[in-house]
Design a protein around this ligand. Structure first.
Ligand code: NAI
Length: 251
């Protein structure tokens, strides 16, 4: 039902998890997709699985020179991008008293600054085209958080703020910018989180979802492809929760 025919869409962190599902769903909707990630082996594997609609570039999205090279290479293969999904992210489990400034910069480099760097690299083509859609994968931690994940909530809240701010700057030129805030989604990242917690935490988290289950990468990908498409033509500066209702609960 969602039609992205003729679009070129770049997805960061596309080697696995939510990013891979987004790239796959966008290709399924007719887009040519450019996959970016630091994990070269999995990136190649995911791109091959998607097929001829996919191109890939190994890229650490915290480095602007690598972004410039990757975006230029993907532009050669796919044409100018009018879709961008800033999905790459990492969890953080720091102690606010012992965390170093380098560690702080690492978290914010991946979870916040990279979204601006990627947008800055891709926006000229969107402005030339007179349309575009950027989707930033934030988190329910942008509004509610839990102990032991400092400063993830700060970075993801910043990403929602960046979404609003960028939407205001680019909207007059036809570019929409939205955030998607997933809840618990079954990926390697979530497994990594549950592995740090007592065994009962997984079931307790599942039980708190109104819909009685954790989310899948596909659950997020379908909302993202909608936001990329013209079906969402009047949607900008929004933050879409995809969390099975877990954030509606007080306790
Ligand atoms: P994941 O860890 O399974 O995949 C993340 C991908 O990003 C990996 O392929 C990794 O290599 C890549 N990546 C990390 N740092 C990078 C860098 N500097 N440059 C390029 N690529 C890099 O994570 P998952 O679960 O798929 O999460 C995707 C996004 O969704 C993240 O932004 C995460 O914060 C967010 N999210 C995930 C939730 C979950 O429950 N899985 C919940 C809420 C938000």
């Amino acid at each position: 039902m969602i039609d992205l025919t003729g679009r070129a869409v770049l997805v960061t962190g596309a080697a696995r998890g939510i990013g891979a599902a987004i790239a796959e769903a966008a290709a399924h909707a007719g887009a040519r997709v450019g996959l970016l990630d630091i994990d070269a082996d999995r990136l190649r594997h995911t791109a091959h699985r998607i097929g001829p609609a996919a191109a890939w570039a190994v890229c650490d999205i915290t480095h602007e020179d690598q972004i410039a090279d990757a975006v230029a290479a993907l532009r050669e293969e796919l044409g100018p991008a009018t879709g961008l999904v800033n999905n790459a992210g990492r969890n953080a489990y720091a102690d606010p008293l012992t965390m170093t400034t380098d560690q702080w910069d690492e978290v914010f480099g991946v979870d916040l600054k990279s979204a601006w760097l990627m947008a800055r690299a891709v926006l000229p083509d969107m402005l030339t085209a007179g349309h575009g859609s950027i989707v930033n994968i934030a988190s329910m931690h942008a509004t509610l958080t839990c102990p032991g994940m400092f400063p993830y909530a700060a970075a993801k809240s910043g990403l929602v703020g960046l979404t609003r701010s960028l939407a205001l700057e680019t909207g007059p030129h036809g570019v929409r910018v939205n955030a998607v805030s997933p809840g618990y989604i079954e990926t390697d990242l979530l497994t990594e989180y549950f592995d740090r917690e007592p065994p009962q935490v997984r079931q307790a988290a599942t039980d708190k979802h109104i819909l009685g289950r954790l989310g899948s990468p596909h659950d997020v990908a379908t909302v993202v492809t909608f936001l990329l498409s013209d079906a969402a033509a009047f949607v900008t500066a929004a933050d879409w929760a995809v969390d099975g209702g877990v954030s509606a609960r007080f306790t």
